[in-house]
Design a protein around this ligand. Structure first.
Ligand code: SDX
Length: 418
């Protein structure tokens, strides 16, 4: 393994150090590049650029593997709850029984919100997308939580309060009154009850639905330097507050090319169904450079193989639909689209496989979550990852993020007023 790279520019010889990761990913450390050569690098979308060293999650895009703090996602999904996973991602180790009990109890201690938030929510137009509402309410939470609290408590406040804000957002949309957390229930059962309970009616828990939600939240818990996580780190590097940073991460996640894809996948599948189910026509559309349409839920910046989360989400979707005894033509269509796309050389050559968003929406729909709320559910799952990266950025003492650019505008010129 080389420890430096040597290169020549205009006859001058330079060397730069190489750094290696746990799995021998290698990086040329260019932090002194401009100082020593006068050059910067150019890498739109950071496709070849590492912005930090992190120990939270690791993706092997070629093999299609994902680890949370070293544990394969396939083991976590079968042996851990979302709260255990949140503890792992935030603290680096799985909790023992006492640690899990204390973590869960503290979250329950914080699972209420200031009454003013309901008044603020009443003044937000009902037409506003739930992701905009959630991002706004997360930002304004800062006004109601004493920021002199220990940082660990701020994380627990957010884990406790985000499901409440999500449920309030959903209930506002469908005209149901606000509801309160039930401290006797586990995290996902409480979340479902806050969403779906009807005043003056008893709410019947369904363990199948609770388990499916638990799994889908775990699948979203962290994913290296994705767009929204890097957004959270960038704000944190400027010493913006935790709530403002998480709120900004939500705004980034809202984008259709990122977390908004889960809603776009279902809308795409519904459009295919509505237009007669001619999958080949839609696949040709996605391949046509002149057509802005993309096969939503396919492709990934890092995975050049199956997204392991998509494989798990597909099984969870099949199980929950089969256990609930519902038939869902969208799931059958999704499996057909996957089959046909992966028989097409365009997708195989470009290594475009289904990503998490291709099947996640089918699970949300099966458990009663409406399309507009899909990305909100993604945010609830990604919260532990966002907070862990914000925490790690501070522990790493990362400098404020401030990339350079290549200027291609006017040369210096003088104002000549006419
Ligand atoms: C998430 O980063 C993360 O980890 C994100 C995420 C997470 O957990 O945080 O995994 C969650 O955001 C998953 C991705 C959800 N988005 C979608 O499903 C939207 C559809 N996918 C694409 O828009 C695209 O694949 C991206 C945005 C996901 C990745 O884009 P890249 O890495 O910038 O790749 P690219 O746009 O340069 O595409 C490479 C080629 C292009 O063709 P050429 O110009 O080389 O001829 O592949 C083509 C693209 O046109 N292509 C697609 C396609 N995705 C890429 N063609 C048709 N349909 C697609 N979906």
């Amino acid at each position: 393994m080389c420890s430096v790279v040597n290169f020549n520019i205009n006859g001058y010889h330079y060397k730069l150090p190489v750094i290696y990761g746990t799995f021998c990913e290698k990086a040329i450390n260019i932090s002194k590049l401009r100082e020593s050569t006068g050059f910067i690098t150019f890498d739109p979308g950071f496709k070849n650029t590492g912005i930090t060293k992190s120990s939270i999650s690791f993706i092997d895009g070629e093999k299609g593997e994902l680890l949370y703090r070293g544990y394969p996602i396939e083991q976590i999904i079968n042996q851990c709850s979302f709260i255990e996973t949140s503890y792992l991602i935030l603290n680096g180790e799985l909790p023992n029984t006492a640690q899990l009990k204390s973590f869960s109890e503290k979250i329950k201690k914080f699972n209420s919100i200031h009454k003013e938030i309901n008044k603020i929510l009443d003044n937000i137009p009902n037409s506003y997308h739930p992701m905009g509402i959630l991002s706004f309410l997360t930002h304004i939470l800062d006004a109601f939580i004493n920021n002199s609290l220990r940082e660990e408590d701020l994380y627990l406040h957010l884990l406790a309060k985000l499901p409440i804000l999500a449920a309030l957002t959903y209930r506002k949309k469908i005209g149901l009154p606000p509801t309160y957390a039930d401290p006797h229930l586990d995290y996902t059962s409480n979340l479902l009850k806050m969403f779906f309970s009807i005043p003056n009616q008893s709410y019947e828990l369904n363990p199948i639905i609770s388990d499916a939600l638990n799994k889908i939240l775990i699948l979203h818990a962290d994913h290296e330097q994705n767009c929204s996580t890097t957004t959270v780190r960038l704000l944190g590097s400027a010493h913006a507050g935790l709530f403002a940073s998480i709120s900004a991460g939500m705004s980034a996640l809202w984008g259709k090319l990122h977390g908004g894809a889960n809603q776009a996948v279902i809308e795409m599948l519904e459009a295919i169904l509505k237009s007669g189910g001619n999958i080949k026509k839609w696949i040709e559309k996605a391949k046509n450079k002149k057509d802005p349409f993309r096969l939503m839920g396919f492709g990934h910046r890092i995975y050049k193989n199956f997204d392991p989360r998509a494989k798990i989400a597909k099984k969870v979707a099949e199980n929950v639909i089969q256990q609930l005894g519902i038939s869902d033509p969208i799931l059958e269509l999704a499996k057909d689209v996957e089959r046909k796309a992966l028989q097409d050389s365009y997708f195989l050559e470009k290594k475009l496989y289904p990503n998490i968003d291709f099947y996640s929406g089918i699970i949300y729909q099966a458990i009663g979550i409406p399309k507009e709320m899909f990305t909100v559910m993604f945010a609830l799952g990604r919260l532990p990852g966002w907070m862990a990266h914000w925490k790690e950025m501070k522990l790493n003492k990362d400098p404020i993020g401030r990339p350079r650019q290549i200027y291609i505008g006017y040369k210096k010129r003088n104002i000549k007023k006419k």
